[in-house]
Design a protein around this ligand. Structure first.
Ligand code: DX5
Ligand code: ZN
Length: 253
């Protein structure tokens, strides 16, 4: 039997109507924003505590897996994700910046990740891997790096639960946000609307109080933030502020 993908508490299922709006089917853009702090900017010697510090405020925890091959940086892998999974109930949003995701990605789904995102540049059959991930119990995400056009991947959207548009070059936290990447977000949002697709459009890189609104206006509805959350004196408060800004820009505040 193929296991069902885990549903996020409070998540609206495809085709369900908005409460109090009979006959109105929600599109992804009408969902409330997802804020996904990236633990890349946290203190790796205290990962469990750092994740617990955002409980009750964060929607997802963004986990950046880098292999020193697909990107020059090296972070963490499956054993750390397996240990951390036991430390919190917050859904994991695993961002695999690795070569050969076909080989490694399913184990992250089996480890309990809510969403597993792999890079388009590293995968020659994204649809097959997305199907494998869904069968392994997670959502399936496709990431598009800075130098990759999104057009060739628009026809794959029905097979995906999330699409992650990099707003920097993948590999390091703390880089400056690139507004020109938002054209890709607009292209995806347009296609998702036309085809009435349930897909989260996630942005990653340089998302902070001074950039999140333009990303939301372009059509993003899931926001990764490393430095802006873990570099703040009060990470939970920083998340709430980001959510407020995004929700207003999305018109769902
Ligand atoms: C970088 C990672 C990002 C990173 C973002 O390749 O994918 O998730 O943590 O960091 P900030 O929010 O600091 O740009
Ligand atoms: Zn990331």
């Amino acid at each position: 039997m193929v296991p069902m993908a885990r549903a996020l508490p409070g998540e609206i299922q495809p085709g369900k109507c908005a409460p109090g709006r009979p006959g109105h089917t929600l599109s992804a853009v009408e969902l409330s924003p997802i804020i996904a702090p990236s633990i890349l900017a946290s203190d790796f010697s205290r990962l469990g505590e750092e994740v617990r510090a955002i409980e009750g405020a964060a929607d997802w925890v963004h986990v950046d897996v880098m292999d020193n091959h697909f990107v020059p940086n090296l972070t963490l892998g499956l054993p750390v994700v397996q240990s951390l999974r036991k430390a919190t109930a917050i859904p994991f949003d695993v961002h695999l910046m690795i070569t050969d995701p076909q080989r490694w990605a399913p184990a992250y789904a089996e480890a309990g990740a809510y969403n597993v995102t792999f890079h388009a540049e590293a995968c020659d059959d994204p649809v097959a891997l997305a199907k494998t991930l869904r069968a392994a119990g997670s959502k399936a995400g496709l990431a598009i790096d800075r130098d990759t056009p999104v057009e060739p991947y628009l026809e794959l959207l029905p097979y995906l639960d999330t699409i992650l548009i990099m707003t920097i070059k993948a590999g390091f936290g703390g880089q400056a946000f690139m507004p020109e990447m938002l054209d890709k977000v607009r292209d995806v949002r347009r296609r998702a609307k036309v085809n009435n697709l349930e897909i989260r459009i996630e942005v990653d890189g340089g998302i902070a109080a001074d950039t999140i609104e333009q990303a939301a206006e372009a059509g993003a509805d899931a926001f990764v933030a490393g430095t802006a959350v873990y570099g703040a004196a009060d990470p939970a408060e920083a998340i709430r502020k980001l959510r407020g800004l995004a929700a207003r820009a999305m018109g769902v505040a």
